[in-house]
Design a protein around this ligand. Structure first.
Ligand code: FMN
Length: 161
């Protein structure tokens, strides 16, 4: 990719979140920045996941996931869950992430986040070097009124850029 294209793409300010999936006794949380709402009726979101992500393996097995929107003070979670793979480490245990049961899906919500969106997979579209996963939001909860954690210029960023 040319440096012009890379620098321009870096100007897309994204939120920072987590995709979580629990499958039996396995539970993984992966940091994502490439996600957004893509439908209002029904309410749906989409997230781009690289085919090598362990969380995608669990998501494909269960057909559901929780999309957590991280707050400005949760950078340590985004950094850890975005640099380790759940194949080798139990991220929830290692970081002491506090979860609570979801309303509809089997994957727990992450406590103290801005919001948790419980999703059932509505579509899976290989596109470029990522897989776009669409999820219908079947339940959700708002956790706090803090500012969102951001991803800007290819790194984690804060609201007052
Ligand atoms: C700030 C940040 C944003 C990220 N955004 C994405 C993303 O949108 N899609 C993706 O597939 N990986 C993304 N990653 C990389 C994964 O989070 C990372 O490879 C993770 O270790 C994969 O974990 P897993 O193998 O347990 O799924 C991001 C990482 C960071 C630090």
């Amino acid at each position: 990719m040319s440096s012009d294209i890379s620098r321009a793409l870096g100007k897309i300010a994204c939120p920072c979140g987590l995709v979580g999936v629990k499958h039996g006794d396995k539970h993984d949380l992966t940091t994502v920045a490439w996600f957004t709402q893509e439908s209002s009726n029904p309410p749906q979101v989409m997230v781009a996941l690289h085919p090598k992500r362990y969380v995608l393996e669990l998501l494909d097995a269960t057909g559901e996931f929780v999309l957590t929107i991280l707050a400005d003070d949760q950078e340590h979670i985004a950094t850890f869950c975005g640099s380790r793979t759940g194949r080798n480490v139990d991220k929830i245990k290692e970081l002491g992430i506090v979860t609570e049961p979801a309303a509809v899906v089997a994957t727990p919500r992450v406590k103290d986040a801005l919001a948790n969106l419980e999703c059932k997979v509505a579509g899976r579209y290989p596109c470029g070097d990522h897989i776009i996963v669409a999820g219908q939001v079947v339940a959700a909860g708002v956790g706090s009124d803090k500012k969102p954690l951001l991803y800007f210029e290819h790194k984690i960023a804060h609201w007052n850029l």
